[in-house]
Design a protein around this ligand. Structure first.
Ligand SMILES: C[S@@+](CC[C@H](N)C(=O)[O-])C[C@H]1O[C@@H](n2cnc3c(N)ncnc32)[C@H](O)[C@@H]1O
Length: 375
């Protein structure tokens, strides 16, 4: 596979957020974006793989589909795997592990045996270094007797932006936060308030979007260890994509939480992300929430949910208080509430629009409940 050749790139996302990711991918100008269960596919080359990792806020991982062949039994898999041009993408010296998924439509159904054959072929025909702990993963998917190989080009999940060392009890993943902001119509031009900000995920994500900061600017990626990586071209791409330049006169971002530790943590995370100038975090219960001066914007909040933290009765009272404060003090602002419990959302008595698809998060199904500007 040469650099100019295009191939399919699979951008994974938490199921339920495919449409939101598709909208981000389209806006970012990637080629032939298509929504599929669990993600979005695009067509592109290695520079698109790098750009998707660096720029997209909603994708969980970027998988490069590097090739496929048909195999009806293990000996055939072995033989074809030995002929595969691994050296176009992989390096012999970079430790690697293989992960296989199979399904019932294929003659090769034993994932463990398929993995072993491919590993053996990689070592004997190419000289690969295998390690169970390797961060570089070659994925094999056998579907309808078609063996498709993908490289996970992200490494650590893309929700790890690289500047959050402190997290609270139930942090929202940055990738989900970015997509929920998008689903609320947030475009970086309005202020954002999160009155139960925890580690500050929504506030920091919103501030980064407003400042034109690249999602992946502070981290490394698995693709940097591939044979075709060109550090100079990648640095040029980073510079070209970077739209940051400080927004002294831009919108402001406000987080509060009743927990002093959370507020401290959020402020430290914002500082590491380089958005401390436009964000503020204060210790405050939701009942004391005040409307910031200036134009209206978006209140987005991920209150505690029953199954994770706390006691149901108290939670109903908390959601009731949140709804009351927003209805009384936030006229003209839109609201987005992320919760796992429809009855709790209802307890806010806010005028929600039709609710979106459930999204898998930490073993629960969460949903975004959003409003138009409040009367
Ligand atoms: C699910 S966590 C939010 C996580 C956050 N989105 C993040 O990414 O880290 C809920 C937060 O609500 C806060 N909280 C609970 N009751 C509150 C209240 N009455 N006023 C303000 N904050 C409250 C908790 O301290 C906790 O940090």
């Amino acid at each position: 596979m040469s650099e100019i050749e295009t191939f399919e790139i699979f951008l994974t996302v938490a199921p339920g957020l495919e449409a939101a990711l598709l909208s981000e991918v389209r806006a970012a100008g990637f080629q032939q974006p298509k929504s599929v269960p669990g993600g979005v596919t695009i067509q592109g080359g290695w520079a698109d793989v790098w750009r998707a990792n660096l720029q997209l806020r909603g994708a969980a991982r970027v998988l490069a589909r590097i090739g496929s062949f048909r195999a009806f039994h293990l000996a055939q898999l072995d033989k074809r795997a030995r002929k595969f041009p691994w050296g176009d993408v992989l390096r012999k010296d970079v430790p690697l592990r293989v992960e296989t998924v199979t399904n019932k439509k294929s003659k090769i159904y034993h994932a463990g045996a398929a993995t072993q054959r491919v590993e053996k072929a990689l070592v004997e025909s190419f000289g690969a270094t295998l390690s169970k702990e390797a961060s570089l993963v070659l994925k094999l998917r056998i579907d309808d007797n078609n063996c498709q190989f993908s490289v996970d080009t992200s490494g650590e999940g893309l929700h790890k932006r690289g500047h959050k060392s402190a997290v609270g009890k139930a942090p929202m993943r940055e990738t989900l936060a970015a997509l929920f902001l998008r689903e609320c119509g947030y475009d970086g031009t309005e202020p954002v308030v999160d009155p139960m900000c925890g580690s500050g995920t929504f506030v920091i994500e919103a501030a980064e979007i407003a400042q034109g900061l690249l999602a992946g600017r502070s981290r490394s990626f698995a693709f940097e260890d591939l044979a075709n990586f060109d550090a100079e071209a990648f640095n040029a791409l980073r510079l070209e994509l970077d739209q940051s330049g400080g927004l002294a006169a831009g919108p402001r971002f406000y987080g509060s939480d009743r927990n002093a530790g959370a507020v401290e943590m959020a402020a430290a995370n914002a500082e590491r992300a380089g958005v401390q100038e436009v964000t503020s975090f204060v210790q405050r219960a939701v009942s004391d929430l005040e409307r910031p001066e200036g134009p209206p914007g978006l209140v987005i909040v991920n209150p505690p949910y029953g199954a994770r933290i706390g006691n149901k009765k108290l939670l109903f009272a908390l959601y009731g208080a949140l709804g009351q404060v927003l209805r009384e003090r936030f006229s003209g602002w839109r609201v987005g509430i992320v919760t796992s419990d429809n009855a709790l959302a209802k307890a806010t008595a806010l005028p929600f629009l039709p609710v979106g698809a459930p999204v898998a998060h930490g073993g629960l199904k969460i949903r975004l409940f959003k409003t138009d500007p409040l009367p």
